[in-house]
Structure formats: structure tokens, C-alpha cells
Design a protein around this ligand. Structure first.
Ligand code: BGC
Length: 249
């Protein structure tokens, strides 16, 4: 068992579930099985903070913690709310979490947290000296830009306008499900997306996260990129691990 100094705690707030676990900060992995509680509906800041408190209590975690959020987060203030209650817009979420849970929280965009974890311990761990772009494909499209191991926060490349559409409305995994696209059809959407992104950012490596990274071999043959494209290494634990790293690192 690691010393308590090597342990942090990460929480991942999503539109359907809130997950949390203690994290071994040296090894970059969960130190215990994560707990998942469905996101309360409506997903107001107060209600979500109560659930976060429950998860911390389950592990008897009394210290500060890191917490992801599926929208823009500037210095503890949530600025947008694509898939959660609108009450989060311009909410001092770090203050709400502190008041409701009684612990200090560092709040970070979900894709940014995943990006930090992937850069440190996951698929991009060998690319500390380059520019890494992490793209998460889920309900929305999240992005993280990590340069020489340092995060450039809130890039929001899921909301690029491509062919007159908000990119995530066409290329997110939810679009594949909603429109019942096969892998080749969805691959075409991703091709358009990555070509556009590559021409704007020119990274050294692109890491693709989100549930569909587990099915990489199904869709990646339909996508050609100039940049090496790899699936995430930490799968659905990256957000928890990255949040803990940022809060305690
Ligand atoms: C939000 C991003 C978020 C992504 C993945 C997008 O709709 O704007 O902030 O990272 O979804 O949850």
C-alpha cells in the first residue's frame, strides 16, 4: 500500500453518472474500485455537489480532491453547460462544492483532465517533448492540448464549425448512435473532423478517448490522418486520474 502522500482523489462528473475513486498519484491508476452514482436530475450544482459528497464519504476521504466537469471551467467557475443543467453557467462551482462537501475542490474540464492523465501515464506518456492533442468522443466532443507535458486548458475543439454545423453534433459518438451510422459512415464524419483539426493545430500525436476508443480497430481504418492517431490508454478512468493529478500534483 502506498503512503498517504501518494494518494489523491478524483471525481468525474458526467451527464449520466458521477464516478470517483482514490488515485495512486505515482502509478497513475485507481487505488480502489471506483464508485458510480447516477447524476441527479435535474443536475443542478447543489444536487450534483451532494452526490460528490456521498462518493467522498464512501471512501472516508476528508482531504481536497480533483473534479472534472463536462464544460468550460475557468478558475473554478463553470462557464458553459452543454449536457448538464443550465444553472451551472457562470456558477462558482468550486465554492458550491466546498460548501456542500466541506472539502476543497479543484475543478477542471473533463477532456482536459483526461488529457493530463493520458500525457502523464497513458497513450501519450512517451511524448513529453511534443504537442499532444487528446480528443474524447462521447455525448459531445471534448479536447485537450498538452504541450511538453503542460495543459493548455479549455480548447473546446468539439465546437468548431464545420460545413455549417457544430462539429460535435455530426461527429460525436452520440451522433453515430442517434443516426444509426455504420463504422464507415461515421468514419467519414471523423475524417472530415480530424482533417479540419489537423490543419489548425498540427500536433505530434492525437489520442482518441471516450467509450469508442475501445472499438478503435472498427472505425480507425476509415480515417486517414497525417498525425499518428492512437486510442486512449486509460479508457474511462482517465478523467478521475487526471483530476486527482491536477488537484494534488
Ligand atoms: C463541452 C466540452 C466537454 C465535451 C465532453 C462538450 O460539449 O463543450 O467542454 O469537454 O463536451 O464532455
Amino acid at each position: 500500500m502506498s503512503s498517504t502522500h501518494a494518494l489523491g482523489f478524483g471525481i468525474d462528473i458526467g451527464g449520466s453518472g458521477i464516478k470517483g475513486a482514490p488515485v495512486d498519484l505515482h502509478k497513475g491508476r485507481l487505488a480502489a474500485d471506483r464508485v458510480r452514482i447516477p447524476t441527479p436530475q435535474p443536475s443542478t450544482p447543489e444536487a450534483v455537489a451532494e452526490t460528490v459528497g456521498q462518493i467522498l464519504d464512501e471512501f472516508d476521504w476528508r482531504d481536497s480532491f480533483g473534479c472534472t466537469f463536462p464544460a468550460v471551467v475557468q478558475h473554478g467557475v463553470t462557464r458553459t453547460a452543454a449536457n448538464v443543467d443550465r444553472a451551472w453557467i457562470d456558477c462558482d462551482a468550486a465554492a458550491v462544492l466546498r460548501r456542500v462537501t466541506g472539502r476543497d475542490a479543484l475543478l477542471v474540464n473533463d477532456a482536459d483532465a483526461a488529457g493530463v492523465a493520458e500525457a502523464e501515464f497513458g497513450a501519450a506518456a512517451d511524448h513529453h517533448h511534443g504537442l499532444v492533442l487528446v480528443v474524447t468522443l462521447g455525448t459531445g466532443i471534448g479536447s485537450a492540448l498538452v504541450n511538453h507535458g503542460k495543459l493548455v486548458p479549455n480548447t473546446e475543439f468539439g465546437h468548431l464549425e464545420i460545413d455549417g454545423f457544430d462539429a460535435e453534433s455530426r461527429a460525436a459518438d452520440s451522433a453515430r448512435e442517434r443516426e444509426d451510422l455504420d463504422w464507415e459512415e461515421w468514419g467519414g464524419r471523423l475524417q472530415r473532423y480530424f482533417t479540419h483539426v489537423e490543419n489548425l493545430v498540427w500536433p505530434d500525436l492525437i489520442v482518441v478517448g471516450g467509450g469508442v476508443s475501445k472499438k478503435f480497430e472498427k472505425w480507425s481504418p476509415h480515417v486517414r490522418t497525417r498525425t499518428q492517431l492512437v486510442p486512449a490508454g486509460l479508457l474511462n478512468e482517465a478523467g478521475i486520474i487526471g483530476a486527482a493529478l491536477l488537484a494534488h500534483g
